[in-house]
Design a binder for this molecule. Sequence first.
Ligand code: TYD
Length: 214
Amino acid sequence: MHHDTSPAPERGRFITFEGIDGAGKSSQIAAVVALLQVAGIDVDQTREPGGTALGERLRALLLHEPMHLETEAMLMFAARREHLAARIEPALAAGRWVVCDRFSDATFAYQVGGRGLDRAKFDALEDWVHPGLQPDLTLVFDLEPAVAAARVASTGVDPDRFEREQCGFFERVREAYLERARGAPQRICVIDASRTPEAIRAEVERVVHERLLA
Ligand code: TYD
């Protein structure tokens, strides 16, 4: 009989990136993934809503189909439930690190802060879908909504349902992110995204080193 005597791998780390549309997280995600890979870490890069075949179909609905704000919140968490079960949890259990573009902090910021979803309903959904699980590190890219909106407009890509929102919506989303960060300072790090990409990248790399690689 063959017995596998190798010990269970150490659980991987879960890193998430957040911020209003146009805050510039995409290029920083690529830099962090590269940094981790150079350090010899096996990384799974993914996004929300999305990350699974079903999640990507829900994403298409969420970004383009008008719906009630509670429908929107529940679909975000439905996609997340699938993502956790099919991809995030298995990766972390196998010792791989997961780098995810947005997670539940985005639902708090956009649906509670931006749209006015009842906070108790958000808490209930979060507690249902991932009790006891939070990212090991969350980077929130913080930027004035007017500056972020100009960046989104300059891409020339057709704006989705969220990107078409007014500045007031993004002011509320931004405030909700900052409030969430104040409530979990050991997990959430706010990055001033008004600086040059090089300056931002240097700080992001320093934070990842200090909090996860040191
Ligand atoms: P994102 O991946 O940042 O879009 P892009 O591909 O344009 O960079 O996010 C898609 C949108 O979904 C974004 O506007 C934020 C929104 N969103 C929520 O409103 N709630 C959520 O829980 C998540 C994960 C995203």
